[in-house]
Structure formats: structure tokens, C-alpha cells
Design a protein around this ligand. Structure first.
Ligand code: CA
Length: 236
């Protein structure tokens, strides 16, 4: 559960951020001045700090510099000033990312996730991000992104879940019942549901049921995902 320090003097923005971050299962502490923020980071460990630049006591650049002098916690700057030169300067001064106000909570969450990935990935002994690779298909369950031969696939949530589940068991025939239970979270259902999603997924992978490359349906048994017999550019 990532812990976040929100440094924001606007009470309205602050309580909205606290509410949304808490809902997203973050541990949140918040303060309204730069000096309080310095005290917080000196006493507690945070995974990320969201720092408003327009604070009542210290100039944002000053606040960032002082934060940096005592901690290397990732800092995301929140600024109302869309001033490119200033943002570049702050990034050079140790900010990890920035958001221009007003920003959506989704936007903040995405930036935070990216910063956390970078900082955690850089840590010694951190597990490498687990990307599933099947032939030319690469599936990143954390980022929920899939690529085929380096080109991003535009998948619906269900299509992605289906592909990721199968890619976790390459070459294994997965019974339909198991797909329903694991991907659809249903104990029973219509086979057509699976067939329809499979056919959409096939189309996006550029193949057909008659000429499958990755997705193979075994009638009456189940479905399996495996690399094509002869992947392009690779020996058979
Ligand atoms: Ca402010």
C-alpha cells in the first residue's frame, strides 16, 4: 500500500485528493505548508510526495530544494503555472514528474504509478516487471498493455484479461469452464460469450479461426495460446 504525502494549502483540493487517494488504497498524510512537509519527510517514510508549488510559506523551487536536501523520496510537482521553463528547471532540480492544475485523479494516479514503478524498479533486489512473452506477443499485466510484434494492441478489458490469462499458460489447453471462472468470474455461462470474445481477439491479432497463429480452439476441449509454428524472422 503506497504511502503518499500531499502538500497542498488549498483545503478543497487537499480533501479531494485525500479522499480519492484513500479510495485507491493509498495511505495518505497531508500538510498545508512547505515547513510542515519538511518535518513530515524527516519523520516518516513516504513512497511519493505530491507537492503544490503555490504554498504560503516557501516558493515551490525552494521547497523542492529543501526536500531534496533531506530525502530522495519521489516528488510529483503540482503546479497551476503552465510555465515550461520553470517545469524544466524543477525537473532538473530533482522533481520526478509534474502535473498541471487542474488535473484529474486518474491522471495523478497514472503519474504516481509510473513514478513508483521507476523508483521501485531501480531499487536493488526489486523484482523485474513481469512481462509475458509468447512469440511476438508481449503482455504487461501491470500496465495492462499488450503488443504484437512491437505494435500496441487496442484491447477491451475483457480481451486483455483473456489474452493475459492464456499467455500465462502458453501451450496449455485451458478448458472453457476454467476461462469462465478465471476471466469472467462466473461458475457457468454461455459458450458463445467466450467464442465472441475469442473472435474479437483473433481479429485484433490478425488471424482467423480457420487460420490460427496464436489462438487455437480445440473443439469441445478448450483454448490455448502458443507462438506460431514459424514466427516471422525466426527459424521454425
Ligand atoms: Ca496552493
Amino acid at each position: 500500500m503506497p504511502s503518499v504525502l500531499v502538500v497542498e494549502d488549498d483545503q478543497f483540493v487537499r480533501s479531494a485528493l485525500i479522499r480519492h487517494l484513500t479510495e485507491a488504497s493509498h495511505t495518505v498524510r497531508s500538510v498545508g505548508t512547505a515547513l510542515e512537509a519538511l518535518r513530515e519527510v524527516a519523520h516518516f517514510r513516504f513512497d511519493v510526495v505530491v507537492l503544490d508549488l503555490g504554498l504560503p510559506d516557501l516558493d515551490g523551487a525552494e521547497a523542492l530544494k529543501m526536500l531534496r536536501s533531506i530525502t530522495d523520496v519521489p516528488v510529483i510537482i503540482a503546479t497551476a503555472r503552465d510555465d515550461e521553463a520553470e517545469i524544466v528547471r524543477l525537473l532538473n532540480d530533482g522533481a520526478d514528474d509534474y502535473l498541471t492544475k487542474p488535473f484529474s485523479v486518474e491522471h495523478l494516479s497514472a503519474r504516481m504509478a509510473a513514478v513508483l514503478r521507476r523508483t521501485r524498479g531501480a531499487g536493488a533486489g526489486a523484482p523485474p516487471p513481469r512481462v509475458l512473452q509468447v512469440g511476438g506477443l508481449s503482455i504487461d499485466p501491470l500496465r495492462r498493455q499488450a503488443e504484437l510484434d512491437g505494435t500496441a494492441l487496442d484491447l477491451t478489458r475483457r480481451e486483455f484479461d483473456l489474452l493475459a490469462f492464456l499467455a500465462g499458460r502458453p501451450g496449455v489447453v485451458v478448458p472453457r469452464r476454467e476461462l469462465l471462472a478465471e476471466v469472467w468470474k462466473q461458475s457457468y455461462g454461455d459458450d458463445q460469450t467466450i467464442d465472441v470474445h475469442l473472435s474479437w481477439l483473433r481479429r485484433k491479432l490478425g488471424e482467423t479461426a480457420a487460420r490460427p497463429r496464436y489462438l487455437h480452439t480445440l473443439r469441445g476441449v478448450g483454448v490455448k495460446l502458443e507462438p506460431p509454428a514459424t514466427a516471422p524472422g525466426q527459424p521454425a
